[in-house]
Each structure stands twice: as C-alpha cells, then as structure tokens.
Design a protein around this ligand. Structure first.
Ligand SMILES: Nc1ncnc2c1ncn2[C@@H]1O[C@H](COP(=O)(O)OP(=O)(O)O)[C@@H](O)[C@H]1O
Ligand SMILES: [Mg+2]
Length: 244
C-alpha cells in the first residue's frame, strides 16, 4: 500500500461546556491513502461532518493532529492553512454553497480562473467538458434559482473536481440525488481517485454506494471504526479491548 497522504490521530472535538458539553469526536485516528475513495458512514449526529471539518482545516480540534503531505495542518498560520486549502482541497458541502448570481458555468470557471490562474479559453473548455460529464450540458447558463436540487448538487460537485485537487472532502454529495445521478457522482469521485490519484473522503448514507468505494469507515457517537459496523464485541457486556 502507498504511504498515506493524510494522517490524523488522537482527534477529539467537543461543543459546549458544563452539562451541555457534547463530544463530536473521541480520540479518532485514521490514515487516508492516495488513489482511494473512502466512504464514511454513521448515524446522524455521530460526528461525520465534524471529522471532515477537522481534517480539512475548517474546525480546530480540541486535541490531536492532522498531517497532510507531511505538513502539520493545525500548526500552520491561518493564512498558510487558507492557501494550502485553496491549493490542495476540493469541498462538496451539505447544502451547495453556490453563488446565487453566477451561472452553473461561471461557478466552475471562476475556480479555474481565480483559483489557479487558468487562461479564459482553457477554463471554458474544461468547464464545458465537466458540464457534459455531469449531464448538465444544457444547463450551463442557468443560475442556482433555475436549477433543481439535484442539478445544484452536481454543479457543486463539478466545482470541487474541476481543478483536480489532491484531496476531496464530500459531505453527503448524493443526498439530493436519485440513485442514477448518485451513482454517477460516486463514479466521478472514484475516477478522480483512481485516475488522478486523489485522496477522497465521502460521507454518504446509501449503502448501494459501498461497492464503489475502496474502503469503508464507520463513526458511532464520535468513535471511528474500520468497516461497515461497530465490531460486534463492542456491543458485548464486557467488551474486548480493541485499542480504539
Ligand atoms: N457548531 C456546533 N455547535 C454545537 N454542537 C455541534 C456543532 N456542530 C456539531 N455539533 C454536535 O456534534 C455532534 C456531531 O455533529 P456532526 O458532526 O454534524 O454529525 P453528523 O455529520 O454525523 O450528522 C452532534 O451531537 C452535533 O449536535
Ligand atoms: Mg453531517
């Protein structure tokens, strides 16, 4: 197996204090490999979005470390981290975070033009190709208000993938899509991992996605497990110590 490009360990994050204090992450450690599509599953409120935010530099952990490409993410200055995120990360958030005033095409072209200084003609061509891959060839000139939920979701996905980032964090990218489009999105993410060597972490609920992924992780109440479910012995009355 290739060396991990992302490594997190001892990650803990809580919210609130006193009686209302909740732990969203409890001592989570994980390695992510380049070229792999990793699926993160778990019940609502189990800490999935918090884990993505902590790994991607959006939310400071209470304790623990994240190393990416041998850089210590949380030791960087805010400015360095911002620049690092812009250079290496693509995000697909829950909700689409699209600019209301921009067309589908402009949302993507902007990333190439202003994010990585791509010349206008090349940005246009790449965007046309991406719109086609997403089944949005005829929708390029429409603004978010004129697009359906599923179409907006696909624009958000195109925007995250168009600069071919080394890392993609996708928080429920298929939740607004029917299975046909959801499967297509997972195939695009899988291609980004397998063809471009990107490291991809995707949160999703639909277990039909599992066969498309290289690896499955499971979060339960802030505790991370490898695989689809908690190990059965952790449900037992006297759980075996597993080292988690
Ligand atoms: N900004 C916040 N303020 C207070 N509590 C939060 C905040 N974000 C998340 N939480 C809590 O942390 C836990 C995990 O949330 P989250 O990571 O969003 O879970 P998931 O994405 O798996 O649904 C939940 O109990 C949630 O209420
Ligand atoms: Mg969430």
């Amino acid at each position: 197996m290739t060396a991990p490009t992302m490594k997190g360990w001892g990650l803990t994050r809580s919210f609130g204090s006193g009686e209302t204090k909740t732990y969203a992450l409890r001592n989570v450690s994980l390695d992510l490999q380049p070229g792999q599509l990793t699926l993160l599953m778990g019940p609502s409120g189990s800490g999935k979005s918090t884990l993505l935010a902590v790994l991607s530099g959006l939310l400071h952990p209470d304790s623990g470390n994240v190393h990416i490409l041998d850089r210590d993410l949380w030791a960087m200055s805010e400015r360095e981290r911002e620049a690092f995120r812009l250079e290496h990360f693509g995000f697909i958030f829950q909700g689409y975070n699209l600019f209301a005033s921009l067309t589908a095409r402009e949302q993507m072209e902007m990333i190439l033009r202003w994010g990585s200084g791509t010349p206008a003609g090349e940005a246009r061509d790449k965007t046309t190709e991406m719109l086609g891959m997403l089944g949005l060839a005829k929708k390029g000139d429409l603004r978010p208000l004129q697009l359906s939920g599923g179409e907006k979701q696909r624009v958000a996905i195109g925007r995250a993938l168009i600069k071919q980032p080394g890392f993609v964090f996708a928080d429920e990218p298929t939740s607004a899509l029917d299975w046909k489009h959801g499967q297509h999105v997972i195939e695009l993410l899988r291609a980004a991992a397998h063809d471009q060597g990107s490291t991809i972490l995707v949160v999703a609920h639909d277990s039909r996605i599992v066969p498309f992924c290289d690896r499955v992780l499971h979060l339960d109440d802030g505790i991370l497990f490898e695989g689809l479910e908690k190990p059965a012995d952790l449900y037992a009355e006297n759980p075996v110590q597993t080292g988690y």
